[in-house]
Design a binder for this molecule. Structure first.
Ligand code: ADP
Length: 160
C-alpha cells in the first residue's frame, strides 16, 4: 500500500464499463479504501437509475474487499467535506479527456484547497471505452460483452 488515505472515485457510471473497473482495480491497490461515488447529476439524462448504477457497481466490484459504493447529489466538493475524504481518483483515456478533467480538478481545488486529484491510466485495451459508446452499441443491438462487466451486459440485454 502506497498511502494510508482513502480515496473517492466519482462518476456517473451510466453504465459501469470495464474501463471504470480497470481504474477501480488499480486504485484499490494504491489506497486502503476506495469509495466509488455515483453522482445523481440531474443535468445528464441517465439510462440507469442511481440505485441501478450503485447495484451494478457493487456487483462488479464484489471481489475487491476495500471498495465501497456510495452515491451523492449536489456539489462533489461538499460531499468530500461531508465524508472527510479529499483524495479524488479520475481516469484519463486520451488527450480528449484532459481538458475537461484538468478544468474540473482545478475547479475542485478552488472550491476546497484540500482536494487533490489523482489521475490513473487504464490498460491500453480500455482506452477507447466509454459509457456512451456502450449505450449506443446496445441500442443498435450490438454485442457489449467485451466492454462491460457481466452484470451490466445482462442488464443491457434485459432492457432490449
Ligand atoms: P463523468 O464523471 O464525467 O460522468 P464517467 O462516469 O463516464 O464520467 O467516468 C468517471 C471517470 O472515469 C472519469 O474520470 C472518466 O474519465 C473515467 N473513465 C471513463 N471511462 C474510462 C475508461 N474506459 N478508462 C479509464 N477511465 C475512464
Amino acid at each position: 500500500m502506497y498511502t494510508k488515505l482513502s480515496a473517492v472515485y466519482p462518476g456517473s457510471f451510466d453504465p459501469p464499463t470495464n474501463g471504470h473497473l480497470d481504474i477501480i482495480t488499480r486504485a484499490s491497490k494504491l489506497f486502503p479504501k476506495i469509495i466509488v461515488s455515483v453522482t445523481d447529476n440531474s443535468v445528464k439524462k441517465h439510462m440507469f437509475s442511481l440505485q441501478e448504477r450503485v447495484d451494478l457497481l457493487k456487483e462488479a466490484s464484489k471481489d475487491l474487499p476495500n471498495v465501497e459504493v456510495a452515491s451523492f447529489s449536489g456539489l462533489l466538493a461538499d460531499y468530500l467535506e461531508k465524508i472527510d475524504t479529499f483524495v479524488l481518483i479520475r481516469g484519463l483515456r486520451a488527450l480528449s479527456d484532459f481538458e475537461y478533467e484538468f478544468q474540473m480538478a482545478l475547479m475542485n481545488r478552488k472550491l476546497n484547497k484540500n482536494i487533490e486529484t489523482i489521475f490513473l491510466l487504464p490498460d491500453q485495451s480500455n482506452t477507447f471505452l466509454s459509457s456512451s459508446m456502450v449505450k449506443e452499441i446496445a441500442a443498435l443491438g450490438g454485442k457489449t460483452k467485451d466492454f462491460v462487466p457481466e452484470c451490466v451486459e445482462k442488464k443491457l440485454h434485459d432492457q432490449r
